[in-house]
Design a protein around this ligand. Structure first.
Ligand SMILES: Nc1ncnc2c1ncn2[C@@H]1O[C@H](COP(=O)(O)OP(=O)(O)O)[C@@H](O)[C@H]1O
Ligand SMILES: [Mg+2]
Length: 244
């Protein structure tokens, strides 16, 4: 599904934010990326999506080299990759449903986007996605009137409406209370098993990674220092990621 080879990125020719990162992600799995603040987790996700141009290395997604493919191919591949961010990244004044449909705007003619005239089939898909994340009752509420947990579930419903096959989640639970955090991670996990999605999720908390992921990657100062199936994670592995 995703292969990352020797991925390296520096900002402004300074120190390397990530260096020589290699890993393979199998479809329908939940991979947690653990690492202290500043380790390079966000940089890695942004390089995968080509929002940041890596200095060198390769990113293969569904058999396509995202570093060298055409702009049109990159657009097609990005349409299959959804992002879920700590800060929710919803359009605040739009409804939950409209936010979900936002994942498909590029398919629609401009006049439909401008007037908010969405085809019925797309509206049904958006509603089905909201039902899947148990938010049908707030479909017509403005995003900024929703709780943090609800916002994050709308972001996940948007990924479903987008028909993404890969979700890149960057600390999606960092601003949620513990109970809501469990609900959001549980939902992401169930999407891998039930909807055939693949999730890569940056996390701070070892215990949550242990509970919800199939595999754990650890980044320390820009380097991949850990790549284990979750059930094999040991205390010394954790220490390697969080050593000062
Ligand atoms: N836009 C930027 N310009 C310069 N340096 C940056 C920028 N973004 C991140 N960095 C640096 O790159 C390193 C990795 O940052 P980041 O990927 O945000 O780590 P994490 O997400 O693990 O906290 C840090 O040293 C950070 O200071
Ligand atoms: Mg980050």
């Amino acid at each position: 599904m995703l292969t990352v080879e020797r991925l390296t990125k520096s900002y402004n020719r300074g120190a390397l934010a990530i260096e020589d990162i290699n890993f393979v992600v199998e479809p329908h799995t939940f991979t947690a990326i653990l690492g202290p603040s500043g380790a390079g987790k966000t940089t890695l996700l942004r390089c995968i999506l080509q929002l940041l141009r890596p200095d060198r290395g390769k990113v293969w997604f569904q058999g396509r080299d995202l570093m060298t493919c055409s702009a049109r191919e990159l657009r097609e591949s990005r349409a299959r990759i959804a992002t879920v961010a700590q800060q929710f990244n919803l359009v605040r004044r739009r409804s939950a449903l409209e936010n979900c449909l936002g994942g498909r705007l590029q398919e629609l003619p401009l006049w439909r986007c401008l007037f908010g005239l969405f085809p019925n089939s797309l509206l049904r898909e958006g509603m089905a996605a909201l039902e899947r994340v148990q938010l049908l009752d707030v479909a017509f509420q403005r995003a900024d009137h929703l709780s943090g947990g609800q916002k994050q579930r709308v972001a996940i419903a948007r990924a479903l409406t987008q028909r993404a096959s890969l979700i890149l989640a960057d600390e999606p639970i960092a601003s949620l209370d513990p109970k809501t955090a469990h609900a959001v991670l549980g939902l992401l996990r169930s999407l891998c098993a039930e909807e055939g999605l693949t999730v890569i999720c940056n996390l701070h908390q070892v215990e949550l990674a242990r509970q919800y992921s199939d595999r754990i990657l650890g980044i320390q100062a820009g380097k991949l220092v850990l790549d284990v199936p979750t059930h094999q994670l040991s205390t010394s592995d954790v220490n390697r990621v969080y050593k000062s």
